[in-house]
Design a protein around this ligand. Structure first.
Ligand code: HEC
Length: 467
């Protein structure tokens, strides 16, 4: 086991650790005890517990969705080996955006820093010592999740919509529950925040994630500002996953809900050895009547392949790449990136091809994991501003070989379909559109005092040259 850990360490922390291991002469001795220049071995109470409190306990605590608690030393110790593996490969916490390209600041980033990973791996390599109990930080206080988290800010939700209940047996395959609920709205309302929660504490343990889609009668084509057949508007209203409760709109932006609208749920349940019945609740906070936000956020699905669904064609025993281009007919701000594929899905990227010829990689997921449909929400100052005429270039790739561990059968041809063993390929994007003057103002605001003409995007090469 020790040898395996050393290999992980060498890969993860590069030269410094490699030097340390060499100094220790591969003797099997603890590297940190042998190398005089090395930092002292981390301890659980002093170094690791604070990291787990901030990055793991959201899910890994009693009555939550993760399989085990990671609060006390006794909770954690038996899992040391699994933790090293999941942390080193960045599978845990679930956050699979490529860190080497694209925008890197997100509102909901739950990943570990390189330094935190290094601390955890060095602690495990040193035998996972407990340390001085006096160093243990006070237990983290978690908000009472049976309460609406945004109520403190906005008051009780203006509208609460509940899904039909579902019973998850003690042992069963994962289930996707897709009931439909009426919103009961009789007039249009602008939404400034949304919150989702499982109805009960027990329900939290079986609820992996929940999506709520807003379905309403309107011509989404005109709202999407593109007539591209690769884009459709049956948009995601909100996604709930553990550790995340509320979505607040950016300043002066909102979603529009129309009379007669419906919520289409998709709740991913998993069995935990005990039959549990639960439903999911959506709390909606409206802007006061008469206070319309300036910008409408639109929810859109961008296909990552071109043409009809039958065009998705993934031969057996092969890695297949697909791509699509969508031209934006209006100035836009992209609010988030979320890749959707199934078991063969391996990666997805989104690139902007600007009207002036520059291109910029916005986001890329290279280690897609079907268990985790992470929504990567850009921070206010990083959400890309794309002038009209920009082409969004999406690429998705699929690994239908034996090399893909989650592949159920590499000898099958795979096409588009709802079932997990079929495939899909799209990005869920929330987009806010801007008129020309507003867009110029937004670009200028983003770039501080510099004139808007010099800077269309924060990271553009032209801009750097002119700075
Ligand atoms: C967003 C919720 C969430 C967060 C945050 C999270 N985990 Fe997990 N973790 C899960 C779930 C759910 C599973 C089981 C499903 C899976 O493996 O994807 C899991 C599985 C694991 C496993 C594998 C357990 C096994 O059965 O082998 C390890 C190890 C682990 N997590 C460690 C961590 C550590 C360490 C952190 C913090 C640095 C962390 N996780 C943060 C939800 C989370």
């Amino acid at each position: 086991m020790a040898g395996t850990f050393r290999a992980w360490m060498v890969r993860s922390s590069g030269v410094a650790v490699l030097a340390m291991v060499v100094a220790a002469g591969f003797s099997g001795a603890r590297p940190s005890a042998q190398a005089p220049a090395a930092k002292p071995a981390p301890t659980f109470t002093r170094d690791v517990a604070p990291i787990f409190q901030s990055k793991c306990e959201a899910c890994h605590r009693p009555d939550n969705m993760a399989p085990m608690s990671l609060i006390s030393y006794e909770d954690v110790r038996p899992w040391a080996r699994a933790i090293a593996q999941r942390v080193e490969t960045r599978q845990m916490p679930p956050w699979h955006i490529d860190r080497t390209v694209g925008i890197q600041t997100f509102k909901n980033d739950r990943s570990l820093s390189d330094e935190q990973i290094d601390t955890i791996l060095r602690w495990i390599a040193a035998g996972a010592p407990k340390g001085d109990p006096k160093d243990m930080p006070p237990p983290k206080q978690w908000p009472d999740e049976s309460k609406w988290q945004l109520a403190g800010k906005y008051g009780a939700p203006d509208l609460v919509i509940k899904s039909a209940p579902y019973t998850m047996p003690a042992a069963a395959q994962d289930a996707w529950w897709r009931p439909v609920s009426d919103t009961g709205l009789t007039e249009p309302r602008w939404v400034r925040a949304i919150e989702i929660r499982p109805s009960t504490v027990k329900g939290r343990r079986i609820t992996h994630h929940a999506l709520a889609r807003l379905q309403q009668a309107e011509n989404m084509r005109s709202e999407l500002f593109t007539n591209d057949p690769n884009v459709s508007g049956d948009g995601l209203f909100m996604e709930w996953a553990v550790g995340k409760n509320g979505d607040e709109m950016r300043p002066d932006s909102g979603r529009l809900m129309l009379p007669g609208s419906k919520i289409v749920w998709e709740v991913h349940y998993h069995a935990i050895g005990e039959a549990i019945t639960d439903s999911v609740e959506l709390g909606v906070y409206f802007y006061p009547k008469g206070q319309e936000p300036k910008h409408r956020e639109v929810l859109a699905l961008f296909n990552t392949f071109t043409g009809a669904r039958t065009m998705l064609d993934i031969p057996p025993n092969q890695v297949t790449t697909t791509e699509s281009f969508v031209s934006l007919k209006e100035n836009a701000r992209i609010e988030n990136f979320q890749a959707h594929m199934h078991l063969r899905g391996k990666g997805m990227s989104m690139e902007a091809l600007y009207p002036d010829g520059r291109r910029e990689m916005l986001s890329q997921v290279t280690d897609f994991n079907f268990n985790w449909h992470n929504m990567y929400i850009y921070t206010d100052d990083a959400a890309p501003l794309l002038p009209k005429g920009t082409l969004l270039h999406l690429i998705a790739w699929y690994d239908n070989t034996r090399g893909n561990k989650s592949n159920p059968d590499p000898d099958q041809w795979v096409g588009w379909g709802d079932r997990t063993i079929d495939e899909m390929g799209h990005a869920w994007l929330n987009i806010t559109y801007f008129g020309d003057d507003e867009f110029k103002a937004e670009v200028a605001r983003r770039n501080g005092s510099r004139p808007a003409a010099l800077a269309t995007t924060p990271a553009g090469p032209q801009q750097t040259a002119q700075r």
